[in-house]
Design a protein. Sequence first.
Length: 416
Amino acid sequence: MVIKMLRCLKCGRAHEPARTLYTCEKCGGKLEIVYDYDAVAEKIDKKALAKRSMGVWKYRELLPVDDPKNIVTLNEGGTPLLEARNLARELGLKHLWLKDETRNPTASFKDRPMSVGISKAVEFGAQTVVTASSGNAAIALAAYAAKAGIKCYAFVPADAPEAKLAQLSIYGARAIRGAPKGIGDPAYKLMQIAHKRYGWHPIPSCSAFNPYQPEGSKTMSYEIIEQLNWQVPDWVIVPTGAGTLVSGNAKGYFEFEQLDFIDHVPHLAAIQAEGCAPLVRGFKEGKPPHEIPTWPNPKTIAGGLVDPYPWDADIAIPAIRKSEGAAETVADAEILEAEKLLAKMEGIFAEPSGAAGLAGLGRLLEAGVIDRSDVVVVEVTGSGLKDIKIVTQLFEVPPVIEPELKQLEGLLEKLR
Ligand SMILES: *Cc1c(COP(=O)(O)O)cnc(C)c1O
């Protein structure tokens, strides 16, 4: 690790990286981790990276953990970048790639940030961690806490899907559902209350309360660039809730540019569901990110993208603008269609939130923002097995017949 300092994004105060610190000690603002890139460049170059095996910790010099002994890993990251020829043909595109994050240990990209978040908590000597999440971040944190042998409390929304709650519980996390009350996010409120009262280390999936974990998401960008043989794609499309993933991704590209591994960055597109799109609205209206209001009554099938308050819009929106990118919403019907297309045409089963990027690609092609000759990467962020309710409703229960040719023939006649 080659951290220069932790800088407060609100008051600018610089902090030494050595101490247990989650927010600015002066104003409580969000901390940004600043690396000494000259020192990083002395330790790694393209050739050295090419020799290492894939995964998040391949990029350890660009991650905020001091002692490799503290790394808690389940072999996250190193996911395939799959060429989607069938979908490309369907959409009239020349080059379409899917970053398949469903292959991570707990089946979403959140394993990248949570591996980093837990490793740093271990370095700080944490006994107990606490999170607020719509599901996937809590699940990932629970798995890594289990591996590290530390206690995990998770505050989740009252309507979290059954499969996600089960996955959370089997890893041994104490899951508590927060009921909505007034404005703001009940899960986040509970996390803050518990952090203050009990001193549990906060590891939600946004940087407002923990600056270390978002660093894990940078590794998706590093991998995409390496998997494309150091070519920069024209567009990278990112399903978006609080804006942490897209801002983490952006930092990865800017760092590779800073290190001269690439000479420009891709355009980033943040995609939110129509039923909860505070970040996209803020982007389009050009509001200062701190003035973006909490989204009232969020409603979408993409539960992983429900962040009524976009905690990291203040980092995400400027980063998207700097990349000359875009932000767009998609309807639930489009998300469901994208989920079906991913499975039927490319063999990838994504949860609705994980398919939202592909739905967004459709919109951006129609609007002429993305050109059909562009090289496009769509991030598929979470597995369909986490949220099967809608899918179960789409299909009839398979028929039962006796093991006889006649019955089979009769049935095939009908199925045709
Ligand atoms: C968390 C999550 C995202 C991105 O959310 P951000 O809050 O913007 O970081 C996207 N897809 C899935 C499946 C997620 O769980």
